[in-house]
Design a protein around this ligand. Sequence first.
Ligand SMILES: [Zn+2]
Length: 247
Amino acid sequence: MKIIPLSEGSFTIDGSKLFVPFNSAADELQQRPVGSLLVEIQPFLIITANDILLLDTGLGCTDDSGELQLCRNLENHGIQPADVTKVVMSHLHKDHAGGVSRIDKETGERVLAFPKAKYFVSRKELDFALEKGLPSYIPEELECLKNSSQVIFLADQGVIEGYIKYELTGAHSPFHQVIWLVDGNQRIFFGGDDAPQLQQMKNRFIAKYDYDGRKCMDLRHQWWQQGETEHWTFLFYHDISSPIVER
Ligand SMILES: [Zn+2]
């Protein structure tokens, strides 16, 4: 399996939960509101023998022509939106699900961004997201998942087509799930926001922004250990400097 990180850059986020682009060469973190966090955003493209697969879909930023940054990043790797065969979602927070859908230029209606892909989504997470809404979820971007024949709703755990294993953890958010891709000896682990950065795997700490911070901490520890024994490849969504780490 070939792994391509699709970095969308760095942002700051404060109490308003708005993501503001951050350019480390020109911007000073101190000039942003007190308590602002620096957040990096990075979905992953995985190319297998049979699939062109996305793990989460980024922040949903668009350029002047209305094209999703995610799609532009894919095109830079020679992939068109219609080439994507699977989209697997860890959870639906707005910084992970922004590129699930886009506005169709001709009709003005919101459509799924990847017309030929199957979307794999936790049913409980979608129900929760649509009910909960802002500021963590953007229901209007997620509505078109509800009744689409492209969407396959996942149970609490299982295996998709023999090589994509998923498991609901309820750690970072109540219905967050983590994903393993297994092909021969290669075992890729995508922990979404349960395991967002390399540094968090090494240091034990409880994050305030997690739904169940202790569970996140314990799971990270467990995965980091197990990953060492079984030589997992870790993918970190919020870590542009260490996107892929082999144990
Ligand atoms: Zn999240």
